[in-house]
Write a protein that binds this ligand. Sequence first.
Ligand code: HEM
Length: 373
Amino acid sequence: MAKNIEPVYYGEYLQLDKLLDAQHPHSPRYGAEAHDETLFIIVHQVYELWFKQVLHELKSVLALFQSAAIADQDLITVVHRLDRVKAIQTLMNDQVGIIETMTPQEFLAFRDYLLPASGFQSIQFKELEIILGLTRKRRVAFDQQSFYNRLSNEHRTHLEALEEQPSLFDRIDAWLARMPYLEFAGFSFWSLYQDAVKNMLASDEHIIEENDTLTAAEKEQELAALDATRENFAALFDSDKYQQAQADGRVRLSQHALLSALFISLYREEPVFNLPFQVITSLADIDEKLTIWRYKHAMMVQRMIGSKIGTGGSSGHDYLRKTTESNRVFADFFAMATYLIPKAELPALPDHVKRTMGFWVAGLELASGELDL
Ligand code: HEM
């Protein structure tokens, strides 16, 4: 590393003159300054700075997933950076409490001066959603329109170009789909596994039927839910049914990718699967933390404006509440837990399969004939 040749001054390096001169409340333009407007501006600015850092991390992770084969060293970097994203998200979620120290009336003192500006126009937030893998057609209807009528041409063009690029979801799907662990010569894992899950679901059915505390209607409801689980499970091994499940929006990952994720989760203690399992878990954590942020923001908004419409023209709290349910990106990793079976019932991996995995860990080519793909 080269030595620095010029002395550095703290405030200059951090460009504090610009940063600290960027808080200009609008209320003084119309009368007395609303005391809380400074807090409102600073909280938003701090969020935008954290969005910037999160994007910096996610873009680097996305770049690492671009290569056809990802080395274990790179996966370590991925997990490390995703951990950082999670730490920032924890802070961002806690930060909602700061804006909540403002009362609804204190907000009303300047709210109307902000029209029609809105969080809809946070380009970095939209970038974050798009880079993670939220597509236009999966957005709540009002959000789809907001792309057209709430953004400047420049921002819209920028986001539309980003939507054309592969997202982290796409890259993760491709990475999982090309994992060669789905069929092993001489070891029919999936048929053993399917038997174990069928037994598990049959035992659940028995428990429901024997449960005297349930009314007939409740039993019927629970058994119908169990049938739906069976249907989804059957789709994992039937490409026509799987395509239908994708078309219905019950699942988003490709069939191969979901099976790989399942296999990794089932055998996560095998060294070869440990890093992939951490990647999957981190993505589920990030999805969960973003959903928690959406929920906390929606609750804060309800507290602040009740059922008034938002400055961006949405139904406000109601719109935001809907996004918590529909704007999930890695929900498949959560649904997958339905098909996890107790460790004791997992088919033990034969030695030759374990050996194959060991070869992969070492980054060597697989011995031909080891895998029957
Ligand atoms: C008094 C505090 C706040 C209120 C009343 C508020 C209200 C709203 C409302 C009503 C919406 C829906 C769009 C609309 O119709 O305008 C919205 C969206 C949004 N707000 Fe806030 N907000 C507040 C604070 C914040 C803060 C501190 C952030 C941090 C960056 C933020 C970020 C966002 C984002 C990113 C969206 C778009 C969400 C989406 O479309 O899924 N908001 N906000």
